[in-house]
Design a protein around this ligand. Structure first.
Ligand code: FAD
Length: 298
């Protein structure tokens, strides 16, 4: 099983990767597995599965990531958070990932359950920052660890420079790469990359993109990014508010343009937040020339 770093650094061309969330029920599971199978031929660098707050959702993450490891040709990456976990429980989950053959872990702190903006209260026997979780995961095995990065700064941070200092600490603790939260313009990501480089750090940074297929997906992107939608982009989508097909086409154009600009700036890959659907991501990936020849023809 390859690591994310091996996939990205051994490639002579930029790659793409995809993120899913664990299925909530049997219908969700069908949609997810159709998407996974659909994307398999497109050779993503890795496939990640988010880690939720509840026990059953967490079990589904472990199960789904394990199935990707054993039943597909894809490279899985499991997410892990420190939310409501003691260190002993975290060790147990990391052990379960290792037993399922998962070598890549995206380590994030997670948000307080219920209200993501509520007070962060660490588990009495747990961890406070993702940096500590990076150290723990690295101490427990030969894992390739990734972390989260925030182009506009994490919402709890006082300013982007302090936030970047903490990101660099996560790299120094053993993270090999970071995936950026959603952003809207290439410059937002490139400034983050400059800040990291200015600190003497050459870790891999992957931009995170989401195809804007509906007004709801734009609202979700605004919520996750923590930034307002740029008026120039809104002006390109607004004329199609009443026409779902035209809105989708304009939204896919926007994300394709953003991806093309980032690739021209030398990013090693693009990470797609898929919301468990493959079609829009496939369209963008094909248009950007990131899919293998045979998948493009199919
Ligand atoms: P941290 O790096 O711990 O940072 C949290 C805050 O503390 C920031 O303000 C930071 O600047 C500050 N800080 C960091 N280190 C220190 C320190 N040593 N001392 C003082 N302050 C510090 N959430 C989930 O629940 N499940 C998921 O699967 C998930 N996947 C994600 C994937 C990606 C790519 C991204 C971008 C986010 C994901 N999230 C997920 C959301 C994430 O958990 C939240 O955004 C969370 O609030 C921040 O996590 P973090 O790992 O950046 O935290």
């Amino acid at each position: 099983m390859k690591t994310v770093t091996e996939r990205i650094c051994c490639s002579d061309r930029p790659l793409f990767s995809v993120e899913f969330f664990p299925p909530r029920d049997a219908d969700d599971e069908q949609v997810l597995w159709r998407s996974i199978r659909d994307l398999e031929g497109f050779d993503p660098a890795f496939v990640s599965v988010t880690y939720g707050a509840g026990g059953s959702s967490r079990d589904r993450t472990i199960r789904t990531t394990g199935r990707v490891a054993t039943e597909t040709s894809l490279v899985p990456m499991a997410h892990l958070t420190a939310v409501e976990h003691s260190v002993a429980e975290l060790r147990h989950v990391i052990g379960a990932y290792a037993a399922a053959g998962v070598r890549n872990v995206l380590v994030v702190r997670g948000d307080p359950p219920g209200d993501p903006n509520g007070e962060w209260i660490p588990h009495p026997d747990g961890l406070t920052y993702a940096e500590e979780l990076v150290t723990l995961v690295r101490s427990l095995g030969d894992f390739c660890v990734g972390v989260a990065a925030f182009p506009y700064g994490h919402p709890r941070s006082s300013d982007v420079d302090t936030d970047t200092d903490y990101l660099v600490r996560k790299f120094r603790a053993g993270a090999e790469f970071a995936i950026a939260q959603l952003f809207f313009e290439a410059e937002d990501f490139l400034r983050l990359r400059d800040r990291v480089e200015a600190r003497g750090c050459d870790a891999t940074l992957l931009p995170g993109l989401m195809p804007f297929t509906t007004p709801k997906s734009v609202a979700k992107a605004i919520e996750l990014s923590g930034a307002p939608f740029p008026p120039a982009l809104a002006a390109r989508l607004e004329p199609f508010a009443g026409d779902p097909a035209a809105f989708r086409a304009a939204g896919i154009d926007l994300v394709t343009e953003l991806g093309a600009r980032l690739l021209a700036e030398g990013v090693p890959g693009l990470h797609f937040y898929t919301l468990n659907r493959a079609k829009a991501t496939k369209e963008v990936v094909v248009r950007l020339g990131l899919a293998p020849e045979q998948a493009r023809a199919a």
